[in-house]
Write a new protein. Structure first.
Length: 449
């Protein structure tokens, strides 16, 4: 290993240790334990400054590119650094001169997971790069490294992912915003001892499903433990070829997750965004550094989905990603939402004045496809709703529209959907219902034309 690589490793290890002792400091009521934590944090900051005092002149002397997380740590440590030229790479490589993060974006947290080098199941190509690049982008959007956790390849074990989800549950408060990004394998197991739907950590093996997979029930429980009022989960978990073939002929394996699983993840204040519909796969194009979905997600966060004031709202971001990805006619991202609109990123320094609101005064929906919602055939709408909403998701839809599911006439879900459509038609608000359905499921636009 080179001196540069060694120093980067030491800086990151010290910074991670600071995170751990910051958590201990918050959780402990023991004065001695608190004092020990403070001493350790101060010691690690001194070490980081010592490492940087050697690292920065080295990079300047040899004109070496600097990883963005190292430069951000230097900013936080208050260590000045000169500019250095960028090194050639397959994509834009941050250097000391290019790192200019925005003013800190408060009350936001992120857990980013990317797994390509699976130990026992089919490896992937760009998934770890996707998570790494999203981390760098969020730093530029004003996210603090101390509020972000990045797990790549060997780091992304079931234990580590569970620990970081628990970290979010302990760290994020009711007024906070949380991003969770998972790029890796998802799988549906049919038959055998452990049927169900799963996310796959790096050690996932079909021989030990319970011990090495994360079930949708486990993930749902972890999401519900997070107290933040705004949580967005990005899932890129349906890759061509899936996890491979099981040895047990009684077990069938299907790539990705079903819509029912995405619905189970949904509770109030949550947005679930999947890279493709459940019957599609997520594509990687040779000419792109990232997967098709993440390419446009990053593009949107870097300004493609920004409003004139530089804010990126979650509905604008999804609308941008959906439109751009769908143009390739390969896959269609979709979302399930149980929250009002909110800001997820900043692409430029806000103008002096009042702070940006966490949510708008009125709920915002995505731009409707290029046709008049009032002309949608009610029969088509009913069929589309029946395919898109199970009971839980439909209850949330009713609540978002100001109605109580139990007040709708009828015993079956389909009958209640008929009554909901009739309710809005009689009140001349049919267009509002169509727009809301399209905001939840933009991919239905083709069916409703």
């Amino acid at each position: 290993m080179s001196l540069k690589t060694d120093l980067e490793k030491y800086i990151r290890e010290a910074y991670n240790l600071i995170h751990e002792y910051e958590d201990l400091l918050q959780l402990s009521n023991d004065p001695k334990e608190q004092a020990r934590s403070k001493r350790t944090i101060e010691e690690q900051w001194r070490l980081i400054k010592d490492y940087l005092s050697e690292y920065i002149p080295l990079c300047k002397r040899l004109s070496l590119a600097v990883p963005e997380d190292i430069a951000q740590i230097a900013v936080i440590a208050g260590v000045p650094f000169p500019s250095t030229p960028s090194a050639p790479s397959s994509g834009p490589t941050p250097t000391l001169s290019t790192v200019a993060p925005l003013r800190p974006f408060p009350n936001v947290h992120a857990l980013l997971i990317g797994i390509a080098a699976y130990r026992h199941i089919r490896p992937l190509t760009k998934t770890a790069t996707d998570a790494r690049d999203l981390y760098d982008t969020l730093l530029q959007n004003g996210y603090s490294p101390s509020n972000m956790s990045l797990l790549l390849d060997e780091q992304a074990t079931k234990a580590a992912i569970s620990d970081r989800l628990d970290w979010l549950a302990r760290r994020a408060g009711p007024d906070d915003t949380v991003i969770i990004f998972f790029s890796g394998h998802g799988a549906q197991l049919i038959g055998g001892f452990w049927p169900g739907e799963y996310l796959c950590p790096v050690e996932a093996t079909l021989e030990k499903v319970k011990d090495t997979f994360i079930s949708d029930e486990e993930f749902t429980t972890a999401l519900r433990a997070i107290r933040a009022s705004r949580v967005v989960v990005f899932l890129d978990a349906c890759h061509a070829g899936g996890v491979g073939e099981p040895k047990d002929p009684a077990v069938q394996v299907k790539a990705g997750l079903s819509e029912a699983a995405y619905t189970r993840f949904l509770t109030q204040g949550r947005v679930i965004i999947a890279s493709c519909k459940p019957d599609e796969v997520s594509y990687e194009l040779a000419e792109m550094r990232n997967s098709l979905f993440t390419h446009y997600l990053l593009e949107g966060l870097r300004g493609g989905a920004a409003r004139p004031d530089g804010t990126v709202w979650i509905t604008n971001l999804f609308g941008y990603v959906y439109e751009q990805v769908s143009r390739h006619n390969l896959q269609h991202p979709f979302q399930k939402s149980a929250t009002e609109d909110f800001i997820i990123a900043l692409t430029k320094q806000p103008e002096p004045g009042p702070q940006l609101p966490a949510t708008p005064r009125h709920p915002t929906v995505l731009p409707t496809a290029q046709f008049d919602p009032a002309t949608v055939d009610p029969t088509k709408l009913r069929k589309a709703m029946h395919s898109a909403y199970d009971r839980l998701a439909f209850e949330i839809l009713c609540k978002d529209l100001g109605l109580d599911y139990h007040d709708l006439r009828g015993e079956t879900l389909e009958t209640k959907m008929l009554y909901l459509i009739d309710h809005f038609q009689r009140r001349r608000q049919y267009e509002k219902l169509v727009r809301k359905v399209l905001a939840d499921h933009p991919y239905l636009a083709d069916e409703l034309r």
